[in-house]
Write a protein that binds this ligand. Structure first.
Ligand code: GDP
Ligand code: CO
Length: 409
């Protein structure tokens, strides 16, 4: 991959947010790192395929599934390189038709044909709930039925623990409703290319979509940002600006469902529920490592820096969009909520957000049953991994989890 070196960076304490990076070539050939050293490397850098592979071999790719069409998910699996451990976390219905059973059969067959290392779990598996309970992380369980709560974020937290148990050194997420396998492969490559550019063990890569095609008057129109993304990015940038005193447009990936990070970072983050999880990454990093609240400082991580890369993908992003306006408003609401509720949110911004939130609620556009409350989960660093492993070890999906998770990542 040939990729722009970030030339714009905003720093908040130990958190470095790099400006968006353009991709110049999806494949820059078999360059050994360093063989093309020149002035131009300071601006655009070739990243050898070997360097990407080395990171991908130790990276788990998580595919969250919720009732998506199997053909669509198979396309996504097809785009994930064979050497990545793939984790499918499904919350699909089990009745009246057991959709999960159909998924399981299809994906296991697929993994048999491709020899792909694949872990498939259902979010409502009682043994996984039991494992969280035994590992000292009951927060993720629903009081009503004792099972893991529904939500993409909850599926992601579950998959993060499984990846950690499998010994993965990095974790990346790819939505399962993507129509283009080629885009999926591109995201994974950008994850590994981005992580390879970092000097810190705490790094994150977020994909900034180049365009989202829409059909307008029978033609294709390539829109750059959706309405929700625009709003979320504007508020996150406003937050940075209020601290730095300089207006900025650095953040373009507030809602990036496609993102990856080192396992060391994944174990240090707090998470929030539902669709607020992606914007909350920024908020939580600023809260913990932005140096805005002295009590929260972790000396070791402050010394290391936390690097956030934003890479602009080349493939258009085309996913299942039949989900409607209500869904979009719920996403905007969740993002505004986590910014508004953060102790580091400056008063002026908080007032503005409160007004916006009221307006959304007033228009009654957020979910029929009323706004879903945002939940917060503590870091996974305190979880008893061995207790988790012991609880699930008899399960069929435990085959790839028999490494020793006590090793530092
Ligand atoms: P959007 O792309 O942001 O509009 O959101 P989607 O509705 O497409 O959801 C993003 C991804 O999360 C898709 O792959 C969904 O299948 C998946 N997803 C949504 N809800 C859940 C859930 O409760 N659990 C799991 N495991 N995945 C979910
Ligand atoms: Co989608």
């Amino acid at each position: 991959m040939r990729i722009e070196v970030p030339h714009d960076t905003e720093r908040l304490g130990a958190v470095l947010v790099h400006g968006v990076q353009k991709v110049f070539e999806l494949d820059s050939s078999l360059l050994e790192s360093g063989t093309e050293e020149s002035k131009i490397d300071q601006i655009i850098r070739p990243i050898a395929i070997q360097a990407c592979h080395a990171i991908e071999r130790e990276m788990a790719i998580v595919v969250p599934v919720h009732g998506e069409r199997i053909k669509l998910v198979e396309g996504v699996l097809c785009g994930i390189p064979n050497h990545c451990l793939t984790i499918i976390c499904s919350n699909s219905a089990r009745e009246p038709v057991d959709r999960y059973a159909i998924e399981l059969a299809a994906f296991l067959r697929y993994s048999h044909f491709t020899q792909k290392r694949l872990i498939i779990v259902h979010q409502k598996d009682p043994t996984l709930a039991e494992a969280f309970r035994n590992a000292g992380f009951p927060q993720i369980l629903d009081e009503r039925d004792g099972l893991i709560r529904s939500g993409k974020a909850e599926g992601m937290v579950l998959a993060t623990v499984l990846a950690k148990l499998a010994g993965s050194k990095a974790i990346g997420f790819v939505d399962s409703d993507n129509y283009f396998p080629g885009a999926v492969l591109e995201y994974v490559r950008e994850y590994s290319a981005g992580l390879s550019m970092s000097n810190s063990p705490y790094a994150m890569v977020r994909i900034s979509w180049h365009s989202k095609p829409k059909v307008i008057e029978q033609g294709l129109f390539f829109a750059r940002y959706g309405r929700t993304s625009r709003t979320t990015n504007r508020y996150l940038n406003q937050l940075i600006a209020e601290y730095s005193g300089f207006e900025t447009e650095i953040i373009t990936t507030g809602n990036a469902g496609e993102h990856a990070m080192t396992m060391a970072l994944a174990m240090q983050l707090d998470y929030s529920s539902g669709y607020s999880i992606e914007p909350y990454h920024f908020i939580n990093l600023f809260e913990k490592f932005g140096g805005l609240d002295e009590r929260a400082l972790d000396r070791e991580m402050i010394r290391q820096n936390i690097e956030i890369f934003q890479i602009e993908s080349r493939n258009p992003h085309m996913h299942d969009v039949a989900k409607g306006d209500e869904h979009i408003d719920a996403m905007a609401y969740a993002a505004m909520r986590v910014i508004h509720d953060s102790p580091i949110c400056p008063p002026k911004l908080r007032d503005e957000l409160a007004e916006e939130i009221d307006r959304l609620l007033g228009r009654n556009l957020v979910h029929g049953e009323g706004p879903t409350a945002v939940r917060y989960y503590p870091t996974l660093s305190g979880i008893d991994l061995e207790a988790f492993r012991a609880t699930i070890r008899q399960q069929p999906y435990a085959t790839h989890l028999l490494g020793d998770a006590s090793q530092p990542s």
